[in-house]
Design a protein around this ligand. Structure first.
Ligand code: ZN
Ligand code: ZN
Length: 417
């Protein structure tokens, strides 16, 4: 088996789509001029991929899990643990984790879910929570702030479950909710305990924050006080084998989404920060591509993701999505010019489709192309939904990608004698 070959999975987030009447019946990927992506398809091995399974709209988190070879049906227990890992909490198996907002309430009514996008003072508010709510019953309370109004909460103790209903009503102008065990929970006792502790946490956080000096100042300045913490998206932390152990590949991740970054940290990948990678339309795609080239110097495997195609899809804005796809293409052009393809295999994909006509993720398959070392080229001559459907890789699932890639890298283990 080779030990000196490299692999890259390069993802345009939500880049796949459906035909649009306003684009003469083509998709955004087909309508946009993409010379670099097309070259990879023309000289590479193409196909389609169902991130999870046919017809299942994938979240970015579950899609990335599957593409990295971890079955989300088995391992996904909510996004909370990835969020918590993303803000630096050392999540342990059995923990129940949440993402949270500092919010503004009057009585039980949610006035502002983001507390005026509070920029300063959440450190002091967090300190008050640490001091006043270290534990509830036999459960340790771990709470850390992230950017602006965002934060993460971890409950650590025996007998907890994520099968509980939300506290955050997700809409302003209505009361926040009491968490309860989900109907049909597999562990009703654990769910009852977790809901009770979560409700108590929310009550005591409100007590700790309402009259806090930071909020007195905010009221005086006419800003909404950050006088409660509203958790959402409960998830149970599971034990995931680190990626380098699973595949024997030293691995790096270069992504713009906290949630996926948290997954990378969870899998013990080196999560690389890139200056200029904003996660928006203004992201510096060349800085991201340079970071991939640099990471290949010291790693066997790199997963990279450019977020912006997904944004245009959610907004139903074809033109914005096409501009974002052009960015992905420029990043891929940089890879074509700077990667040693005699020993590197690059796979191009989307993590799911975000069609402008749906304005959300759909369950359609995405086009894929493998380029470089070990590929068997086919007759596909451009990168797109229609063109790639005739390619040699046929129709794969996300869970099969790492096997296909490591085979081309010459690093797949023989099954049998
Ligand atoms: Zn995505
Ligand atoms: Zn999305």
């Amino acid at each position: 088996m080779r030990k000196d070959t490299k692999g890259v999975i390069f993802i345009g987030d939500g880049m796949g789509g459906r035909p649009m009447a306003e684009l003469d019946g083509t998709t955004t990927l087909e309508a946009q001029d993409t010379p670099a992506l097309d070259r990879m398809a023309r000289e590479g091995a193409c196909g389609l991929m169902d991130p999870i399974a046919p017809g299942i709209p994938a979240g970015s988190d579950t899609a990335h899990m599957a593409i990295l070879g971890y079955d989300p049906h088995r391992y996904y227990r909510g996004r909370g643990p990835f969020e918590a890992k993303g803000v630096g909490i050392d999540v342990m198996p059995g923990d129940v984790a949440f993402r949270c907002n500092f919010s503004t309430v009057e009585g039980r009514k949610v006035v502002d879910r983001r507390a005026g996008r509070i920029k300063e003072g959440t450190d002091q508010l967090t300190a008050a929570i640490h001091e006043q709510i270290p534990t509830i019953e036999d459960v340790e309370i771990i709470f850390e702030p992230s950017v602006e109004h965002r934060a993460a909460l971890v409950l650590r103790g025996p007998g907890l479950s994520h099968e509980i209903t939300e506290v955050d009503p997700h809409d302003p102008g209505v009361d926040y909710l009491e968490s309860r065990p989900e109907e049909g929970a597999e562990d009703p006792e654990g769910a009852a305990k977790t809901a009770r502790i979560l409700n108590e946490f929310v009550r005591r956080a409100h007590e700790a924050l309402d009259d806090h000096p930071v909020n007195e100042q905010r009221r005086e300045a006419g800003e909404p006080p950050a006088n409660i913490v509203l958790p959402r998206g409960a998830g149970t932390a599971v034990d995931l084998q680190p990626l380098h152990e699973r595949y024997g590949l030293s691995a790096a991740m270069i992504v713009e989404v906290d949630l996926v970054r948290g997954l990378g940290q969870y899998l013990d990948m080196d999560v690389i920060h890139v200056d200029g990678a904003t996660g928006g339309q203004d992201t510096d795609e060349i800085a991201i591509a340079r970071a991939v080239v640099a990471a290949l110097e010291s790693h066997d495997f790199v997963l990279a993701n450019i977020k912006c195609p997904d944004l245009g899809g959610h907004d139903g804005d074809c033109r914005a999505k096409m501009e974002a796809i052009a960015k992905v293409d420029r990043a891929v052009a940089h890879l074509l010019d700077n990667v040693d393809f005699s020993r590197t295999t690059v796979m191009i994909t989307a993590d799911h489709c975000t069609p402008c006509s749906v304005q959300d993720h759909s369950g359609d398959a995405v086009p894929i192309a493998f380029y470089g070392r070990g590929v068997r080229p086919d007759d596909v001559d451009s990168y797109g939904e229609r063109a790639c459907a005739t390619g040699i890789m046929g129709h794969l699932r996300g869970m099969e990608i790492m096997d296909a890639l490591t085979n081309m890298m010459g690093r797949a283990e023989k099954f049998g004698a």
